[in-house]
Design a protein around this ligand. Structure first.
Ligand SMILES: [Zn+2]
Length: 197
């Protein structure tokens, strides 16, 4: 599960960013909310299928879930992460939606016989009616919301015109993608300074 698409791969395919350690973060970042009107980058079935294909390497196998279910989970994840960033209580609906997605496809450990002996494998259970990939994204969110050290690295991009969230792997990271938002903001600041002087 360590393989993940890079920000560059996602941007080349029309997405704003990606390549975060958690799929949950990449999912939240498929919506641009600091622009008017907001832009949903997985708003069409084709866009959703493209995003899903890029993320598939780190998701349990299974069909691309229904767009409505994906967007509902995305809303819930963003609301939960936002509650931490804004220092407020999360909404009960978000908590319920994330819990429901996680419970929709529980997982169990199993022993798998390999040529190197017995190994531990994870089995997802979509037979309970849920989607395993959505369950995994919900589970990532649950684990993050209960992880104080992880949450302390959660940031919103420092560009005021950008709504992207990410986990800063080092304290100095302020931008979703430095080459995009970092440059844009540096150029704007430089322009402001030279205009005033
Ligand atoms: Zn940004």
């Amino acid at each position: 599960m360590s393989m993940q698409p890079t920000a560059g791969e996602l941007i080349a395919d029309g997405f704003a960013m990606g390549g975060e350690r958690l799929v949950a973060l990449d999912l939240v970042d498929t919506e641009l909310l600091a622009v008017d009107p907001p832009v949903d980058l997985i708003g069409t079935p084709e866009q959703l299928a493209r995003w899903w294909a890029l993320q598939q390497v780190r998701l349990p196998a299974g069909p691309v879930p229904d767009g409505t279910a994906v967007r509902r989970l995305r809303t819930a994840v963003r609301e939960l992460l936002g509650s931490h960033l804004e220092g407020r209580e999360p909404s009960a609906t978000s908590v319920d939606d994330v819990n429901a997605a996680a419970a929709g496809a529980p997982q169990s450990l199993r022993l798998a016989a390999t040529t190197d002996g017995l190994r531990v494998a994870t089995r997802w259970h979509p037979e309970y009616g849920g989607n395993a990939a959505l369950a995994m994204i919900a589970r990532e969110t649950i684990e993050l919301m209960a992880d104080a050290a992880g949450l302390s690295r959660l940031r919103r991009c420092a560009n005021p015109n950008c709504s992207m969230l990410f986990l800063a792997e080092h304290k100095r990271r302020q931008w979703c993608v430095g080459s995009v938002c970092g440059n844009r903001t540096r150029v704007a600041r430089h322009y402001e300074k030279t205009r005033r002087s």
